[in-house]
Design a protein around this ligand. Structure first.
Ligand SMILES: C[S@@+](CC[C@H](N)C(=O)[O-])C[C@H]1O[C@@H](n2cnc3c(N)ncnc32)[C@H](O)[C@@H]1O
Length: 239
């Protein structure tokens, strides 16, 4: 994996932690690569697209949220942003929410820091702040449980929630699809991690339907890893 100045320090995580929390991996690295290469250039530095609130669903170890914090912090001057903004993340697994907090702390990021206020919430998707944050998220990220799996692996809030995606790895993905239009702001952008088994083209078609928000989409990165293609797909409206 290429080195970036935004890479979080993950030295506090031990091998035994990965029995409880998703081990950051190639999909994690591809996602942060997309944020660094695509989001910054095509959205953040484009003055039409504001950024006040970001949300990562399923933060796991906290790698992506911490990377994003550093990325935004390092680009704050360039963004023409004189304001503070909010970086929220959620996870359904209590151990993941705790680990995300530890990762932020280990990288010297505290909740009330300026200019980026960062918080971790233990909740299913965004349920805990669904009404308050309706159509307020400018940057949404989700590396979902996408692995095709048996039904007995579904419906847990432990490490199984990190990978178990049910039939075609699509069960959590399909549950999330109708929620996106009520989360994203008018110019909001969403980065989704998918694999070939999930049929990314079909997911793109579903999100293009008016009832799901009528989003345009683009595959921003694609990589062959351990016998399968990983995709980072971006969904957006106007910018
Ligand atoms: C593939 S892991 C990704 C972790 C991390 N974002 C990364 O990229 O390394 C998926 C994460 O989503 C969480 N998750 C699964 N279903 C969720 C749900 N309904 N709401 C919130 N988090 C969920 C899992 O607990 C897990 O931490």
């Amino acid at each position: 994996m290429p080195k970036s100045i935004n890479d979080p320090n993950m030295g506090h995580m031990k091998t035994s932690d990965f029995k409880l929390v998703y081990e950051f991996n190639d999909d994690t690295y591809l996602l942060v690569d997309a944020l660094e290469k695509d989001y910054i250039v095509n959205h953040l530095l484009n003055s039409k697209c504001g950024l006040k609130c970001c949300l990562e669903i399923g933060s796991g170890s906290g790698y992506v949220t911490t990377f994003l914090y550093k990325l935004l912090n390092n680009n704050h001057q360039l963004m023409n942003a004189s304001y503070s903004f909010l970086l929220l993340c959620s996870d359904i697994n209590p151990n993941a929410a705790l680990m995300t907090r530890k990762t932020l702390e280990n990288n010297k990021i505290t909740p009330q820091q300026v200019p980026i206020c960062c918080d971790v919430v233990l909740t299913d998707f965004h349920s805990a702040f669904k009404q308050r944050m309706k159509n307020k998220i400018d940057l949404l990220i989700f590396n979902p449980p996408y692995v095709p799996s048996e039904q007995y692996e579904m419906g847990h809030n432990d490490v199984r929630a990190a990978y178990a995606g049910g039939i075609d790895g699509r069960e959590v993905i399909d549950k999330f699809i109708p929620m996106i239009k009520d989360i994203l702001s008018r110019d909001g952008v969403f980065y989704f991690v998918l694999i070939e088994d999930n049929r990314p083209q079909e997911v793109m078609k579903l999100l293009s339907l008016e009832e799901n928000g009528g989003f345009a989409s683009k595959i921003v990165l694609k990589k062959w890893v351990q016998g399968e293609y990983l995709f980072i797909v971006k969904f957006f409206k106007s910018c």
